[in-house]
Design a protein around this ligand. Structure first.
Ligand code: PLP
Length: 481
């Protein structure tokens, strides 16, 4: 690493990125390239001799950026957001600069200790029960994604129950969640060796606004117990991916506890909103949970990746995931004086992710973060009001946070035509490049999702996207007459 070359390239790259942000609205939000586009633009093999930095930057501009979908564009309303911020960016830069691999405390003491402190800070901002703080038997850890978070707690829960009932019982273990739960749970079950039929994704309907019904859960558990199965894990969601449904944590958690099950709460997207006192009640019941997860990289101004996971009993994670090879032994670990985060996650190596979260919390502060969330929710409400004024559209599920689920109403109540129409509307809007929205299916209906959450989005961008939606709807309806 040549420090002077780093200074030169680093300054140029920061200028490049700053210019990117200044001109981001000139790009189509959803990349319009065709599959395989890049093969034709790049050589077949790497160069033998070094290229110039300027030449590489030119290629990024000409060949890479056309194939980028601009998640930071103010006109991005698809999926859930992936926030970037100046604080998150410089934190990420420092992490890349130090480039440590903090698998154990000794591998870089500051990485472990800062992560513990920052997750305690964030836990306090979310008003998580004290059992989740590192002072007791619990604590927080940064995973790359919510998928990794649910996998590690599932493994911890599986091993805990198997220690009680015997290893041979793996085939009998049952996992419960609603069918609105993120697919990462299903993947985790596959990886944890849970029998495919024992991953119960219970149907959630419009009658509960797509939240899991405690009665349905209770009945299913009772049936499973009768046939000798072993319920051991419940995953509830605060803010489901399709429609931001909020599962009733307290009632569900009580059922889990009375059956000796591990209770995990996935608040990957909506957890961020719960730092605002007026939204904190959506997490009520988290006190009976064993683990809780929120993605700071979604809607909390922290660059990807940064998924915060807290557990009440860190020893359950460690018992499932620890190894102790000779080449990693050291005095602090052997004396049990420290946390070694390698034992709380799947990989050994880990990045210094707490730096960027620490910078976000310090450079913005709780009040600014609350304003940030509230502003997006205000913009989503504004979009909802715009829809309400156009009788051709309907809002499909109640808006809770910053996602609006809506659709263009089918002509002559023809539902299959309605699905086709909305699919066409989605494609028509996204192909303009001026806004990017996504879709889901709820109760057999094709629904459009409008998620406000990009840091640069203002009311004018919401209005512009709505205008594109209305114009494209007008054309489609005219064609379908
Ligand atoms: N859980 C919920 C509720 C989500 O919405 C998502 C992604 O959008 C995930 C989990 C998966 O997140 P990740 O990409 O961090 O694994």
């Amino acid at each position: 690493m040549d420090a002077e070359q780093l200074r030169e390239y680093g300054h140029k790259m920061v200028d490049f990125i700053a210019d990117y942000y200044k001109t981001i609205e000139n790009f189509p939000v959803l990349s319009q390239v065709e599959p395989g586009y890049l093969r034709n633009l790049l050589p077949d093999s790497a160069p033998n001799q070094p290229d110039s930095f300027q030449h590489v930057l030119d290629d990024i501009q000409a060949k890479i950026l056309p194939g980028v979908t601009h998640w930071q564009s103010p006109n991005y309303f698809a999926y859930y957001p992936s926030n970037s911020s100046v604080a998150g960016f410089v934190g990420e830069m420092l992490s890349a600069g130090l480039n440590i691999v903090g698998f154990s405390w000794i591998a870089s003491p500051a990485a472990t200790e800062l992560e513990m402190i920052v997750l305690d800070w964030l836990a306090k901002m979310l008003k998580l029960p004290e059992d989740f703080l590192s002072a007791g038997r619990g604590g927080g850890v940064i995973q790359g994604t919510a998928s990794e978070a649910v996998l590690v707690v599932l493994l911890a829960a599986r091993d805990k129950v198997l220690r009680r009932v015997g290893k041979d019982a793996l085939e009998k273990l049952v996992v419960y969640a609603s069918d609105q739960t993120h697919s990462s749970l299903q993947k985790a079950c596959q990886m944890a060796g849970i029998h495919p039929e024992n991953c119960r994704l219970l149907k959630a309907t419009s009658s509960t606004n797509y939240a899991l019904s405690p009665e349905f859960l209770s009945e299913t558990i009772s049936q499973d117990l009768t046939i000798g199965l072993i319920p051991f894990f419940l995953c509830a969601t605060v803010g489901t991916t399709s429609s931001t449904a909020v599962d009733p944590l307290l009632s569900l958690g009580k059922i889990a506890k009375s059956n000796g099950m591990w209770f995990h709460v996935d608040a990957a997207y909506a957890g961020s909103a719960c730092v605002c006192p007026e939204f904190r009640h959506y997490m009520d019941g988290v006190e009976v949970a064993d683990s809780f997860n929120m993605n700071a990289h979604k809607w909390f101004l922290t660059n990807f990746d940064c998924s915060a996971l807290w557990v009440k009993d860190r020893s359950a994670l460690v018992q499932a995931l620890s190894t102790n090879p000779e080449y990693l032994k050291n005095k602090a670990s052997q004396a049990n004086m420290v946390v070694d985060y390698k034992d709380w996650q799947v990989p050994l190596g880990r990045r210094f992710r707490s730096l960027k979260l620490w910078m976000v919390l310090r450079l913005y502060g709780l009040e600014n973060l609350q304003c940030y969330i509230r502003n997006h929710i205000k913009l989503a409400k504004h979009f909802e009001n715009l829809i309400a004024q156009d009788p051709r559209f309907e809002v499909v599920t109640p808006r809770i946070f910053s996602l609006v689920c809506f659709r263009l109403l089918p002509v002559r109540n023809n539902e299959s035509h309605g699905n086709k129409l909305n699919h066409q509307l989605l494609d028509a809007v996204n192909s303009t490049g001026s806004a990017f929205i996504s879709h889901t299916v709820l109760s057999g209906k094709y629904i459009l999702r409008f998620a406000v959450g990009a840091p640069l989005t203002e009311e004018k961008h919401v209005n512009a996207a709505w205008k594109v939606l209305q114009d494209k709807a007008t054309s489609l309806l005219a064609e379908s007459l």
